[in-house]
Write a protein of this length. Structure first.
Ligand SMILES: NC(=O)C1=CN([C@@H]2O[C@H](COP(=O)(O)OP(=O)(O)OC[C@H]3O[C@@H](n4cnc5c(N)ncnc54)[C@H](O)[C@@H]3O)[C@@H](O)[C@H]2O)C=CC1
Ligand SMILES: O=C(O)[C@H]1OC(=O)[C@H](O)[C@@H](O)[C@@H]1O
Length: 255
């Protein structure tokens, strides 16, 4: 059992993790928004993430608070995603936290052609496909800095498309089921010391990510496969695909 502080705890992923961890871990929850449900044993604090105080005794901070919409303008992203993440790492160090788990995104490497073989790796240089992806690379960079300077263990999870099931062609390649999401964060809570960045998806047959080493290093064994939903997905096209949507960059290599 760990004492875990979850930022952005009222959101989709925060609520999933809180349901999974209630009774298993001591949970401190923080969000600017009110939670739709509170669970037995958890404590809540409300406010902007840039003013977060990490209480004494917290082992792990799971940092989820963000503007999670890839299509929005930089002005809407900078405060929560950049200033907020910078503050969370600093506040975690100040409180003597052992580990920060940072919810990064596949958009941090979304500039790589997802059809290339061998598949895209989290060990390749960052290559964001949108400003949202840029904010996630900055979050990873804050984490690297504090890992090296302060000895903080930092686990950056570049999450795929988290949903109850895949809804479009892109998701067939990057879907992350709710049970696999919980498995990945469970693994992140106890990962070996140091800094690490991992691409996280279900074990999708059509994945173009090279995650074998990521999964081994993270200690994560996904079980679900988007392939089971191909009939339901049909020809649906993603609205979150930066290279096919209205901000597409026709000059990106590998298109
Ligand atoms: N849902 C997905 O498919 C993916 C999500 N992620 C990342 O995972 C994290 C969680 O995502 P979701 O739960 O889906 O998003 P969400 O939008 O459901 O939850 C985010 C939470 O952060 C809170 N928040 C936003 N700005 C804040 C601020 N300034 N101060 C305090 N709280 C603030 C919101 O009130 C919300 O409850 C985010 O960092 C997102 O970028 C990454 C990749 C995929
Ligand atoms: O990376 C992210 O956060 C985004 O990635 C996606 O693929 C999801 O469709 C979108 O809902 C997420 O917000």
């Amino acid at each position: 059992m760990s004492t875990v502080l979850v930022t952005g705890a009222a959101g989709t992923i925060g609520t999933l993790l809180r349901r999974a961890w209630a009774g298993t871990h001591v949970l401190h929850c923080h969000d600017v928004a009110a939670p739709t449900v509170t669970l037995p044993g958890e404590t809540w604090s409300r406010g902007d993430v840039t003013a977060l105080t990490v209480p004494p005794g917290v082992d792990v901070v799971v940092h989820l608070a963000a503007n999670a919409r890839p299509g929005v303008a930089w002005e809407e992203l900078r405060h929560p995603n950049v200033d907020g993440t910078r503050h969370v790492f600093a506040a975690s160090v100040a409180a003597g936290v052992r580990t920060v788990v940072f919810a990064s995104s596949h958009h941090a490497g979304g500039g790589y052609d997802r059809d290339r073989t061998p598949g895209v790796s989290a060990r390749w240089p960052v290559r964001p496909c949108c400003f949202y992806g840029v904010t996630k690379t900055l979050g990873e960079s804050f984490g690297r800095y504090h890992a090296d300077r302060d000895g903080l263990t930092v686990t950056c999870l570049r999450l795929g498309d988290v949903d109850v099931r895949p809804h479009d062609e892109l998701a067939l390649r990057i879907w992350l089921s709710h049970p696999d999401l919980v498995r990945a964060f469970d693994a992140a809570l106890t990962r070996a010391p140091g800094f690490g960045t991992f691409l996280v998806s279900s074990r999708n047959s059509r994945s173009r990510w090279d995650v074998t080493e990521d999964n081994r290093l993270l200690g994560y064994a996904p079980r679900d496969d988007a392939e089971d939903y191909t009939d339901l997905v049909g020809d649906a096209v993603s609205q979150q695909d930066c290279f096919r949507g209205p901000v597409a960059n026709p000059h990106a290599p590998g298109r």
